[in-house]
Design a protein around this ligand. Sequence first.
Ligand code: DGY
Length: 313
Amino acid sequence: MLPVLLTARLPASVMRRFDGVCDVDAFAGPDEMPYDELLRRVAGKAALVSLIMDRVDDAVLAAGTGLRVVANVGVGYNNIDVTAARARGVIVTNTPDVLTDATADLTWALVLTVTRRVAEGDRLVRRGGWQRWALDFMLGTELRGKQLGIVGFGRIGQAVADRARAFGMRIAFTSRTPRPEEHGERMRLDELLATSDVVSLHAPLTKDTERMIGQPQFARMKRSAYFINTSRGALVDEASLVWALKEGLIAGAGLDVFEREPSVHPGLLELENVVLTPHVGSATVETRTAMADLAVRNVLAVLSGEPALTPVP
Ligand code: DGY
């Protein structure tokens, strides 16, 4: 039986796939697996199933004598040193597609929550602060006829755009690869930032995209615009976002991801016009099960000599 390390337990229905094929060593702690323990327990394993907060660097790959595949449970794989893996002949896989709808839905939950002040209203009601109905009370912003600027037009960006049609929004997008114009208008980033009413980030985190949104980018945005991020926190200089919100350079933000998770910049916690969720873009029973299942199917494919289903590019 081939030895496999899981840095977290997976749903029972998914674990059953290993029955009779692999000898599973699963970290059972309530928190994430400590790095030192990962280094120790990866030795001699043929496969590693990792989560997006596990650091799989060259030291882990070196310690993983016999490692053939690292299957990340997540579409993002910035936690893995893919170059080092390639150099060591280790295949890296991720879980695209299966989380597209869940993440696009959560993006829209944030758009609607921040533009219609849902979380702010909820807090007001709970603290007994609601006095009366008034014509000018808690006014939000409508979306129909406005422009949604999507930064990074991969699967999730496109799924967010699909939903925008139901809300009557125009789409602008940035993309490294050409896309058919029926999706919306392709723009340079600075033009998209200057003209969009809602800006939503859907780019992968790489050396090139790290902190791609900072002071100059926030300064370009409309004062009435909202900023949404459900991709990776490190795409944004969080201190600059706080600055932009406090200076009134943008109208609000909806954030599911943060620069140093699970820490959140204290400046964000103080602001009523910011909606914060704890990196739950893909957090539905159906999607998390499908992600775990795809990661395990990738492991089983590689260990049986088949091509990985979803190798990282
Ligand atoms: C991913 O898959 O990269 C997501 O961030 C996990 O929810």
